[in-house]
Design a protein around this ligand. Structure first.
Ligand code: PHE
Length: 339
């Protein structure tokens, strides 16, 4: 068979190989080696030229040179295609770890407030919210702080105008709830509060409270005690003990402050509880009849209890955080630790 005929056969095979190429690196390389590699089909044709007459050489040379040029064009086209296809399909490696989207997480105080709210919700308390900018009436007067009464001094207040202010506690939500609904009332009110305190690792001008209120016929102090005990045991653990100390708030009578046995040392005394074995977590008491009256609830028929606790301090104790200001700096390095 003449070289030009064989060149024609090789061309057809080459075209079919070109169109069926799998376009990965190896297939392209195989194509190149088969047709134009050193020992490939086309260089093989050239090697046979030695036995030809000069006329035959000229004729065959034309044909084989064109074949060689086309082969080179095919190789470079295959290389290009395999590169661009690589981006689309071959690049996917299912064994690579996925890219994790950068999602946020709850603030540590939100975590605490949700955990605490859930315990009280199971006991039938309904979560309520109130405004952070309050009137003097809801923050003080309706809560039995008379005007110019020294009890107002307990809460250094940011005033906005003569009778609007940033709420100093969540207790105004007690009044708003009593005015909105009839007893029985059983609410829990978490939120931010503001006081003009000297800023230090232990106190900040913004902090949080969780307020509780229960009003019904014949509500007793012992119900308050048992409710708080159930809460403390489910939140801090079954071994925790509670201690009620007499205290004073204008809107409750009698009033108490509640300590729990230190959950770090179990009550033996440590750095966190300053060797007392006790940690103060909340204030509480029976709702003062004057407060019921201010909200049109008959104190002869109804009674109730209220409590207010500080989730900031509880969160600090729980995670061993020694500076309250970290909660308000918005430093991602701090906040990310609670995801
Ligand atoms: N509002 C009180 C405070 O901020 C806490 C409290 C709430 C006390 C409810 C008794 C009853 O100190």
């Amino acid at each position: 068979m003449k070289i030009t005929e064989r060149a024609e056969i090789i061309r057809r095979e080459m075209e079919s190989d070109f169109f069926n190429n799998r376009l990965d690196f190896q297939s392209v390389e195989e194509f190149r080696v088969k047709y134009i590699g050193k020992k490939g089909l086309i260089p093989g044709l050239f090697r046979e030229f030695g036995s030809l007459s000069s006329d035959e050489k000229q004729e065959a040379g034309k044909v084989v040179n064109i074949l060689k040029k086309d082969a080179e064009k095919f190789v470079s086209e295959l290389k290009q295609k395999s590169e661009s296809d690589k981006d689309k399909t071959d690049f996917f490696d299912p064994s690579l770890p996925g890219l994790r989207p950068d999602v946020g997480n709850l603030h540590p105080i939100s975590i605490t407030m949700r955990e605490i709210s859930n315990i009280f919700r199971e006991m039938g308390f309904v979560v309520e919210f109130g405004p952070e900018v309050e009137t003097d009436y809801y923050n003080f007067q309706a809560l039995n702080f008379p005007e110019n009464h020294p009890a107002r001094d307990m809460q250094d207040t940011f005033f906005i105008s003569e009778d609007t202010l940033l709420r100093t506690h969540t207790s105004p939500i007690q009044v708003r709830s009593m005015q909105k609904q009839k007893p029985p009332i059983r609410i829990l009110a978490p939120g931010r509060v503001f006081r003009n305190e000297a800023i230090s690792p232990r106190s900040y001008c913004v902090f949080h409270q969780i307020e509780g209120l229960y009003i019904d016929e014949k509500v007793t102090f012992s119900e308050l005690k048992s409710t708080l005990e159930i809460f403390a045991k489910s939140y801090f653990g079954n071994d925790v003990k509670l201690r009620f100390r007499p205290s004073y708030f204008p809107f409750t009578e009698p009033s108490a402050e509640v300590d729990i046995t230190c959950f770090i040392c179990g009550g033996n005394g440590c750095r966190v509880c300053k060797n007392t074995g006790w940690l103060e977590i909340l204030g509480c008491g029976m709702v003062d009849p004057n407060v019921l009256k201010a909200s049109n609830i008959d104190p002869e028929k109804y009674s109730g209890y209220a409590f207010g606790m500080g989730p900031d301090r509880i969160t600090m104790l729980k995670y061993g955080i020694d500076d309250i200001r970290l909660f308000f700096d918005g430093d991602i390095r701090f906040l990310k630790q609670f995801s």
